[in-house]
Design a protein around this ligand. Sequence first.
Ligand SMILES: [Zn+2]
Length: 510
Amino acid sequence: MVVVSFDQFRGDYPRQFEAVFPTQGGFRRLMKEGATFTSCRYEHANNITGPGHATLLTGCYPARTGIVGNDFCDVMKGRCGYCAQDTNGIFSAANLRVPTLGDLLRKRSSASKVIGIAIKDRAAILMAGRSATACVWYDAAGRRWTSSAAYPQPPWLRGLNTTVNADRYVGATWTPIVASDRPDSVDGEGAFPGGTNAFPHRILDPSHPKFMASVLISPFSMEMLFDATKQVIDRERLGRDAAPDILCVGVSTTDYAGHVFGPDSREVQDMYARADRHVANLVDHLDRTVGRANYVLAVTSDHGVAPIPEIIQRQAEQQRATIDAGRIREVEIQTRIDSALSKIFGQLAPGTSYVREIFEPSIYLNWDRLGSAEPHRVVDATVRAVASHPGIGIALNAEAIHSGVRPSAIDDKTWSYIRHSTFAGRTGDVVMYPKQYWIIGGNAATHGTPYDYDRWVPMMIFGGGTSAATYDDECAPVDLAPTLARMLGLDLGEVDGRPLPLNTPTRRRR
Ligand SMILES: [Zn+2]
């Protein structure tokens, strides 16, 4: 069972980029010969990498997984940290509050292998789970594939680093592989590290501090990931015996490039044309080593992405129209909160703040500085301060979310997505989301909201006897794990998803 998550692969991309896919055997083959779900949307609002990947292999919303953000604070322990690190700083799935499909498979059969591999540690870790037999990711600072003390050290790790490394791309240049009518250089796009927003993009000198950043954002890091994945399939002999194995692959490159160049860029289009080649190649590899009937390949994503606000604003102006779009900097939110709270609860010493952390969508307050102030007054004042920003669409007291009473300004569906994103003790004091077409932060493009462009992802299931079919009915990524669990004859327990209506021959547990 192979799950490939292309980070920031929006639901419209497969059809939009179909004309430039260079092969018949990649995404086209998946869409033609596999089961394709065209209306697959996350049902949580915090659509970022940690929560998305935690959802994919557990079948649970962040309200159950506990992964409410890439970073979050544990309110009871008073500790803030990274979603894929334990209290000792070791990279692990310790924060994940539910088992992954791999965890349950390992519990049933110790002969089964569960492997996570990605460029981003959190993608590999949160998909594979705690009891993975190997979990590896790319350590950009150390310029090597790595794992942690939470997992067994794979015997092939050294060999992987010898053969699949960034040194291969010293002096390389990224030029597009497909003809396109998309403009290459657009105001509002970000720039390639050490370069511009226009092709060709040159990999920096290895002594340059941004060398690794230039490799990661280029299709070369995607090539590294797929080369590594094939090597792992071979070295671990995955899918070759009676015990089923799970391989989770996180393709982070697409997110790095998407944040800088945006969804409408020539770069992102070229990235998915190259992704198509890698998918074709992976399918060929699996066909050859495992056999089409003996594997299932699921291709999906952890979230979508919003258009670059400055670009859609300009497009609207050119058509003599206006669009309510824009960008919010975290410091603007913090300043508004500090200014409002200072008036009520006292001036702050210079260089201090009433805000402890902003980990979107959560805002955590610095209660130590608020003394005996009544918590509900503090939170209400914070909500008003956040809501006063013209780009903020939703600002809520987290207590109010837990209480379940929907504010009249929020529709039923959005309210359910917000509730699914909330985990008591980890969600901040106040939760905020921008208005549609507004984004938070300095990345040219980003995601993390309850809007369609962030929720919609592809969902393709191929192989293992899955019949060709296109399903337009609404489904959700929480349905993937129950679907795969049913194929494996595993009981996921109480989860948020339900099995997708695949036409597959019933396979008995061996
Ligand atoms: Zn992501």
